[in-house]
Design a binder for this molecule. Structure first.
Ligand SMILES: C[S@@+](CC[C@H](N)C(=O)[O-])C[C@H]1O[C@@H](n2cnc3c(N)ncnc32)[C@H](O)[C@@H]1O
Length: 370
């Protein structure tokens, strides 16, 4: 595990808050930090390994603090991580991108451990900060940690998708869970000219990109994507995986094409803007990878396998009629023919008709660019 100074603030304006509010004060005694070498979340218990626990608390790694919406007990891993403390570097980058100043009113959606709310309250004043968390147990633990740190921002238990109307209008909303659509309630709770900073993505991949939307007074919002991030989705925005009927016709083909699938590569995030009603997962083998594609209505799946053992090339097994691999290759060709634009050249427009991702300018929607 690499150790760096936690919260080495991206913006000097936040340095005092990071120095005064350590992440360790918001972490539970048993937690699951991400081990970069093992690519896994392993439990650390403060009572059993105080030194390892402190090292992890101060490392620039995400730390899972709850599994399976609290249904999971014990120190083993649960099935799904449902609350966590983000990496200090990402927390710092998001606070810098939020561009909030003392005197502004801020709503945070996704209280989690309470650390980000504490940083906000330290810099902006506790009366300026409201944070909303859907899980009552998580919210109660965060409230206790905030009090121990001497900070009392308003902690609300509820569905953050509804915002917190009686605390607004807000100058900023900062969201620390992944969105599949922007709740329109927020547009009415941010003052015109204010902004929403949120991880936004599609069902395609568990990667989002941070988007910074400027809210206009007419119920619309617009702004650029900033960077690829990895957040657990907002509860109601989790992808429901279909079951596939038995006996789907199987087709095997061989190809050479292999679109990029790396954890932080922009393409899987951008592909979701082109390949609709589908999801994508990557399975790692000791000598290669499988890219899985699922039609979200249950009409079929595709597994594309590239392994050293089976020689060069990619074996594509398709179940059902939908040509998901061809759709992914078409999206890759679209991205390459556009000159492989980075995430920062894309943006999002939100209005009463829907959400439209665009490339370079709002009048160049992604699904109209060839
Ligand atoms: C990555 S954690 C937040 C990290 C947090 N900001 C911190 O400083 O520790 C995401 C949190 O969002 C919460 N969440 C998910 N859906 C939500 C919703 N609809 N409204 C409010 N909170 C939600 C989860 O329960 C989880 O605690």
């Amino acid at each position: 595990m690499t150790t760096r100074t936690p919260g080495a603030a991206a913006d000097p304006a936040w340095a005092a808050a990071f120095a005064a509010v350590p992440r360790a004060a918001f972490l539970p005694r048993v937690m699951w930090p991400y081990d970069e070498e093992r690519e896994a979340f392993d439990a650390l218990d403060l009572a059993r390994d105080p030194e390892g626990w402190r090292r992890a608390a101060e490392a620039d790694v995400p730390i899972v603090t709850q599994w399976d919406d609290g249904a999971h007990a014990g120190s083993g891993r649960g099935a799904h991580a449902t609350s966590s403390a983000s990496t200090p570097r990402l927390v710092a980058a998001m606070l810098a991108a939020l561009d909030a100043e003392p005197g502004m009113r801020v709503l945070e959606v996704g209280t989690g451990t309470g650390w980000n709310a504490a940083l906000l309250a330290h810099r902006l004043g506790e009366r300026s900060v409201t944070t909303v968390e859907i899980d009552p147990g998580v919210a109660a633990t965060a409230r206790r940690a905030l009090r121990r740190a001497g900070l009392r921002p308003r902690v609300v238990v509820g569905d953050g998708a509804l915002g917190v109307p009686d605390g607004g209008p807000y100058d900023r909303i900062i969201v620390t869970c992944g969105l599949r659509r922007v709740p329109r309630e927020w547009l009415a709770q941010v003052r015109p000219g204010g902004s929403i900073l949120a991880p936004w993505g599609t069902a395609f991949r568990g990667r989002d990109a941070l988007v910074r939307l400027t809210v206009r007074g007419d119920g619309t919002a617009e702004g650029p994507f900033l960077q690829v991030v990895n957040f657990m989705p907002m509860r109601a925005h989790r992808t429901a995986h279909p079951t596939f009927p038995p006996g789907l016709p199987l087709t095997d083909t061989r190809t050479g094409a292999w679109p990029p699938h790396g954890m932080w590569h922009p393409f899987p995030f951008l592909a979701g803007m082109r390949v609709e009603r589908a999801s994508h997962a990557v399975q790692r083998h000791d000598d290669g990878h499988t890219q899985w594609l699922y039609d979200l209505s249950g009409a079929g799946w595709t597994a594309a396998v590239r392994r050293e053992r089976t020689g060069p090339g990619v074996v594509v097994r398709r179940a059902g009629e939908r040509p998901l691999w061809d759709e992914l290759l078409a999206a890759w060709e679209w991205w390459r023919s556009a000159g492989e634009p980075p995430v920062g050249r894309f943006g999002l427009s939100v209005d009463d008709k829907g959400e439209t991702p665009w490339l370079d300018r709002p009048d160049r929607p992604v699904d109209a660019t060839v």
